[in-house]
Design a protein around this ligand. Structure first.
Ligand SMILES: [Zn+2]
Ligand SMILES: [Zn+2]
Length: 386
C-alpha cells in the first residue's frame, strides 16, 4: 500500500504532456494525502499548457516545468497527520480519513505583512499554490490535481463538502469562490451607492467556466438582467439555460459598437451596473468600460496572464464615468466554505452540474486540455469523479 505508484499527468514542455508515475508520499504530522476525485481545468492551465514557464498574476509566481497542473481540487482524505487534521480544516471538527474535501488553491504563511494586515485578499508574500509553481521534480512530487493522489502541504486550507452535494457540483468550488470574492468587492459603498445591488444589470464578457460561475453567482445574489457576451454559441446557450441570461453573440454582432448599443438597449439606455471581464483577453477592456453605466463597477477577473496590451481612454472611460475598476485574483479562503453551502442550497433550482461538460481520466490529460480550449466546452474535469 505504502509503495503503491501514483499516476499523474506531467507537463514537460509547452503542449507536451506525459503520464508519469511517482511513489506514494510519506506524510508527517503536518501534512496529508488525498485521493483525487477530480481536478477542474482552469483558464490559467490553458496558458501554462501552451506557453510553459510563464509568469502568473501573483507576485513571484513563475511556473516551473515539469509540473503536475491542477488547482481546482476535490478529493477524499486518504492519510492525514495528527496536527494537520486540526490545522487544515476551516470549519468543524478535525478531519478524518475518508472525508470528502475541497482544497484551497493557494497556501498562506499566516505571518507576513499581507497575511496580518490586509483583510480579505492578503496575497501572502510567501504564498505557494497547487498546480503551477512547484515542479514535480521536487519531492514528494504530487503538488497538483492532475493526478490520482495529491500531497497536502502543511498550512493547506481544506473544506468539508456537504454530504448532499454531488462531486460534479463541488468541483466548481474554486471558480465559484473567485466569483464570490469578486462580488463581495463589488458590493455597495454605503456613501456613494456604487456597486452591486439586488436587481442590478450585469454584463459578463466571456462565458467560459469562469464567466458562467460569475453568471450563476450573479443569479444567486439577486441580479436583475444578466447579459452574456461571447463568440461561442455553445457557451451562450449554457448561459441562457442555466441563468436565464440575455445573450449577445459576436457572430451576430461582430462590431464592437453594435454590442455596446445592444447593452444600452437592454439596460434602458443607462448602461450596465456591473461589467465583468472573464475572457482572459485584455483587449476587451475598452468595450467593457463602454458598456458600463456612469458610476458603474468593472471587475477584471479573466486577464490573469500578461499576454496582450490594450488601449483605453482614462479621461472618457474612467474619469468622466466615475468608473470603479477592481482587479480580482483569487479570493478570501472563507469563500470556499460559503460557496459549498450556497451551491448545496440552490442545487434544486440551478443545474450547476450541467457546467461540467466533459470528464477524462488522468492518462487522457492532453485530450482533456485540448477540449477545454475549444469553444464547445464548459468546465472540463480530469479524474474519475468517483
Ligand atoms: Zn483556476
Ligand atoms: Zn503570508
Amino acid at each position: 500500500m505504502k509503495h503503491e505508484q501514483v499516476k499523474a499527468a506531467v507537463l514537460v514542455a509547452p503542449k507536451k504532456m506525459e503520464t508519469r508515475t511517482f511513489p506514494t508520499p510519506e506524510i508527517t504530522k503536518d501534512s496529508g494525502l488525498v485521493r483525487m476525485l477530480g481536478s477542474g481545468i482552469c483558464g490559467t492551465d490553458k496558458h501554462v499548457y501552451t506557453q510553459g514557464e510563464i509568469r502568473l498574476g501573483l507576485p513571484g509566481d513563475v511556473v516551473r516545468l515539469p509540473i503536475i497542473m491542477g488547482h481546482e481540487n476535490l478529493g477524499v482524505i486518504e492519510e492525514i497527520g495528527s496536527e494537520a487534521a486540526k490545522a487544515m480544516v476551516m470549519e468543524g471538527p478535525p478531519l478524518e480519513v475518508g472525508e470528502r474535501v475541497y482544497i484551497a488553491a493557494d497556501i498562506k504563511c499566516g505571518h507576513c505583512y499581507n497575511c496580518r494586515n490586509i483583510y480579505g485578499f492578503p496575497w501572502c508574500l510567501n504564498h505557494t499554490s497547487y498546480g503551477d509553481v512547484i515542479s514535480c521534480d521536487t519531492p514528494p512530487h504530487l503538488f497538483g490535481g492532475y493526478s490520482e493522489k495529491m500531497y497536502l502541504l502543511p498550512k493547506s486550507d481544506l473544506f468539508r463538502v456537504p454530504k448532499s452535494l454531488p462531486n460534479e457540483i463541488a468541483l466548481l468550488s474554486e471558480q465559484m469562490a473567485v466569483a464570490y470574492g469578486a462580488f463581495g468587492r463589488a458590493y455597495q459603498s454605503p456613501i456613494t451607492k456604487e456597486g452591486l445591488s439586488p436587481g442590478d444589470s450585469v454584463v459578463i464578457q466571456g462565458v467560459g467556466p469562469l464567466g458562467l460561475c460569475n453568471a450563476l453567482m450573479a443569479r444567486m445574489l439577486g441580479a436583475g438582467k444578466i447579459i452574456a457576451v461571447d463568440k461561442s454559441e455553445y457557451r451562450l446557450r449554457l448561459a441562457r439555460e442555466l441563468c436565464s441570461a440575455e445573450v449577445i453573440s459576436l457572430n451576430e454582432h461582430p462590431k464592437y459598437s453594435d454590442r455596446v448599443a445592444r447593452v444600452n438597449t437592454l439596460t434602458d439606455n443607462i448602461g450596465a451596473d456591473l461589467v465583468i471581464e472573464c475572457t482572459g483577453d485584455p483587449g476587451v477592456m475598452s468595450e467593457g468600460l463602454d458598456m458600463l453605466r456612469i458610476g458603474g463597477t468593472y471587475l477584471v477577473e479573466g486577464a490573469y496572464v500578461e499576454d496582450a496590451d490594450t488601449r483605453i481612454s482614462p479621461s472618457r472611460q474612467i474619469l468622466a464615468k466615475n468608473a470603479r475598476i477592481i482587479g480580482v485574483s483569487g479570493m478570501p479562503h472563507q469563500a470556499y466554505g460559503r460557496v459549498l453551502k450556497m451551491m448545496d442550497a440552490y442545487r434544486a433550482i440551478i443545474h450547476f452540474e450541467r457546467m461540467i461538460t466533459h470528464q477524462f481520466d488522468v492518462e487522457e490529460a492532453t485530450r482533456a486540455i485540448e477540449i477545454s480550449m475549444s469553444p464547445d466546452s464548459g468546465k472540463v474535469a480530469l479524474g474519475s469523479m468517483k
